[in-house]
Structures are given as structure tokens and as C-alpha cells.
Design a protein around this ligand. Sequence first.
Ligand code: CUV
Ligand code: SF4
Length: 638
Amino acid sequence: MDVFNETRSFDPAAQKMLKIADKNNYETVWDRLEKQQPQCGFGLLGVCCRNCVMGPCRIDPFGEGPEKGACGATADTIVARNLCRFIAAGAAAHSDHGRRPAILLKEIAEGKNKNYFIKDEIKLKNAAKRLGIEVEGKSINELAKEVAEIALNDYGKQDSNPIKFFQGYAPKKLKEKLSNLENVLSEKLNKRIGIIPRNIDREIVDIMHRTHIGVDNGPLSLVMQGIRAALGDGWGGSLVATEVQDILFGTPKVHSVQANLGVLKENKINIVIHGHEPVLSEKIVEVSQRPELIEYAKSKGAEGINIVGMCCTGNEILMRHNVAIAGNELHQELAIITGAVEAMIVDVQCIFPALANLSNCFHTKFIATSDQAAFPGSIHIQFEEEKADEVAENIIKLAIDNFPNRDKNKVNIPEEKKEALVGFSTEQIVEALGGTPEPIVNAIKDGKIKGIAGIVGCNNPKVTQDYFHINLTKELIKRDILVIGTGCWAIACAKAGLLTLDAKELAGGGLRSVCETLKIPPILHMGSCVDCSRMLVLAGAVADYLGVDISDLPLFGSAPEWMTEKAVSIGTYFVASGIPVHLWPIPPIMGSQEVVKILTETAKDVLGGYFVVEQDYKKAADIMEKEIIEKRKKLLGE
Ligand code: CUV
Ligand code: SF4
């Protein structure tokens, strides 16, 4: 294997596909990133401002050029504003995703949508109770309507009270801490500071307003509003997405699936579903099992229909069904390069527009479905919830009709695939523990496990694909730290064969014994990016159980290969909820010492969570382990 491809990806399937790409001049994200070098230093430091047309302005970090923008904005202001806009976009993506299932739930409850129904009544009742709804004597549809209305109201209400989802789900001490902090900071800055989200959408709009030229120039108040919007994502929009999707499609249960490009089948119609929202992809999975469609596939010479996932739509589907996952973010182009994909169906987020050109080199139909997402060069088949069955059927038929166009000479499916145990919703984890967090708490008390790390996030071609994810994860379990997580990290672990009971052999003795007793892997796949809310809810449950704050628990977060604005929002709501977070690559904030100080020091004092940046996986594990050990000691009063 040549070294160049090894530096691009740690995944042997990807290394093989990259060789094929090189040989045939198929352009990938790695090639395009190379052409971007050297990247703009101002952008990397976050000191470039385009918020008005007196600009663009930039600050010279070496003090040789301009110290202020034309309006007088300093590096601190510019960096803080840019960070806020990053968070706003990330929180918007997650929360807008959550809005759709919430609207769908309401429509189902009102009898307006007959394409979907409520699968998980227990989850619905539990959600209703959390939200303070009287459950006794109400029908499922009545409850569904009330839950949906509370969710939608959290997006649209105009009073300043906390959103209901935060009130109903966040642990007691977090609520107290944030409300105290609002008072302390307001007094200190002599200016009202709000941190608890009032409305999921409003906190995002507030950021756009505040970062307009000539509004908020204070790094601290800007960062606090960023935190508020991020909390509106973690304890709001993302949580709504997770809860309502569970109600609609079922709370995930533990089961096994296969992962990596080897799940594509030589003799079947391969349909890759890629993006984030499960509303359409649930239907595609369901409809693809209809006997008449399978017959139709056979009439075209295929042996059947093979639906596989990619990125977070893939995570959503694999959590609830026995549907394989073809890969994470940096696999999206490689899947097409296998030459065996009849259709790549996408909705929103993390989808490279480059897929349009690349699919032209093959027979692959690149099909966009969301009214929010256009991909020039793609085929657009508009998805509508009221016509879900029909749309799903049309898409599948298009893929089937495309099978005879497949060029056998271009087919290169790598054999790599691994078995993975998935489906660890909070409910399943608590069930594995016998109904209460006690066994985990005891394992921590006994010192069998030191604590828990939550790893999230993407791939980023600036980092060797999956290298940081896998090595950091292995390093942590070796040190008796249980690892949970979501997103492209989880897919990386699945592809590497780490999501198995056997992975306990890689764990330290203490963690291994816990895995044996509870019959769980040392690494737990909790779902898609919006399912980071599952981690918050789990952390909150343990905190409430012990009567402490989340920041007192031996927890650490990490996003070792992150790239999206959503990841910044996730990191920020972890920090704000009391969980320290490791990041790599460096976020674009280094141009302001003030902002760096707020995120790494002030945050630690006032929130308990904070950010650290580290490029080396062993050093990152050291930092995480050290903090986890200290927290554990303190918690036990040692
Ligand atoms: Ni939502 S956000 S690259 S697909 S995890 Fe994957 Fe996950 Fe990051 Fe995107
Ligand atoms: Fe320049 Fe200020 Fe306009 Fe930003 S807001 S572009 S710093 S003048």
C-alpha cells in the first residue's frame, strides 16, 4: 500500500478506492483540498470579517498590519462574531432537522398524514411525562398532538421563559447553575446576559442580529449568546429530533449490522441513502422490501435491492433497522467510485456538491430530494411527507431501471466490511444496566472504569481519515474509560471492527470485566449527530441520580476529526452543560486571545466545561484521562 494513500485514510477500503481514483483521475475531496493550499491565514485564525461592505476587513495577527476593521472592530470582536455565526449555522441545521419530524408528528396526530404512523407509544408517553403533560386518560393521538405542539412552540414562542424541552429534560443542577450564571454575569457586565434558551429559532436569529455590524462587540456577551443558541440545539432542536424520531420510527434497540464499502453487492441494486433526515429514508427502507419491487429488480437481472446508509442518515437507519452502513463522510465519493451504486439519494447536510460531477463518470444517479438542498447536476425528485410512499417507490424504480446501465468493467467493490453492534439508545443502555444508572455508578466507584468519554464528529481530510477516531478510542478503552458516541466517529469504529463484544480484549481489565458482566462492547454507538442529545440526557440522568452537576461527573467529550459548523454547536453545548471537550483540528479562534481565554479558562470556572485542542491522540488521551481521574476522586470524596 503506498504511503500517500495511507496518509489520506487509515481505512484499507478507502486506500484501495483512492488508488483507483488516482489511476483513473477521479477527483476527490483530498485532491481539491490540496489545490486550496496554502489556505488563508486570516481565515484560519478567524480574523477576517465580511459582515458589511466597508469590508472585507482583516486584522494582522503579527501587529504589523491593521489592528482594527474599518468600523473599529477588534480581533476579539471579529473572532467572537465569527464563532457565533458558526454556532448559529450548526444549531440551525440540527434544529431545522428536528422541526420536520415534529410537524409530521402533529399531522399524524391530526389524521392529516396517512403515510406514517406512531411506532413507539411508550416513548411518546415518557416524552409527554417529561414535558409535564397529563398522560392519564388520553389517546395516543391526543398525546402526540400535545407533544408536537410543545416542541413546535419551543421553536416559536415569544416569551422569555426557558424552552419546555430544556425544562423537562435538563438536570436540576444545570438549570440552577445556568440561571445563577445569568445573574452573576449580568451584574458583572452591568448588562443583561441570557444563557438559558427561550426559543430554539430565536437564539439563532439573535446571533444573526447581534453579529450584524454595529451591534454586539463584546467577546463575552457574544460567546454567551453562542452558548445560548448551542443549548437551544442540544437541549432543544437536536433533542426534539431524537425524541420525535424515536416516537415515529421506534427507539433504537441493540442489534448487529455490517459496515464499510464491502456492504455494496455485486449482484444487487445498490441504493445509498446519504444525508441526515430519516423521514424519507425510513420509507425507502420500508418500500424496498415490497415483493413487487423485488420482482421488478429481478426482471432487470439483479438478485434484489440492497439499501445501505452513509453518514448520519445511515446512522439513523442502522440504529432502527438491519441496514448496513457503507461509510462515513470521506467515503461518499469512494462509494460512487466502486461503480456499483445505482442511486445515491441525498437530503441535507454534509453532502459534497462534487458528487454530481463524479457520478457522471459512472452510471450512478445522484438524486436530491430536499426543497432546501440543490445540487447542480443532480436529478431532483421532490420529497413530500404526504406522498412519501409514492416518492420512495419512484426513487427505487429509477434505481432499478438504472441497473442495466452498470458498466461491469468499472465495478470495484472492496471486500472490507465488519460486523458492528449498534442501537445503544439511552433507554437500551439503562436497560442493559438493569433499569438504573447504578451499575455504571458502582463500576466508577469501584474503579473498574475511570469514567466515560463521548466522541463525536466528522471526518476531515486535514486528518488521516479515521486515524484519530480509532486510535484515540483504543487508547481510552485501554485506560478503562468507557467510550460512547455518534456520527462519523461511530461509523469509523464500526468499520474498524471496534463495535463488538470482542473489542473488550482491547480494553483495560476493569472495563473488560464491566463489559463481560453487562454484555456490552466497551464502545457504544448512540446514533447520528442529533443523537448527541442522547448523551446529554444520559449524563443528566446520572447527575440527577447522584444529586450532582454534570460537571462533577468523570466525563470528557472529543471531536477529533471535526469539520462542520454543527460540530461546533455540539462541542459548545457539551461545554455549557459541564463537559470538557477536546478538539482537533483547531477552530478558527486563535486570532483572539480573549476568546481563547473565555473558551478554555473562563468557561471552566463558570460552566465546568471548557475546550482543549490537541493534535496527538496519546496526548489527547492523557489530558482526558487526567481530568477524568480528578473528577472521579472528587466525586468519591477521596
Ligand atoms: Ni451528522 S456532521 S460529517 S454526517 S459527523 Fe459526519 Fe454526521 Fe460530521 Fe456530517
Ligand atoms: Fe470591516 Fe467592521 Fe464591516 Fe466587519 S463589520 S467588514 S470589521 S467594517
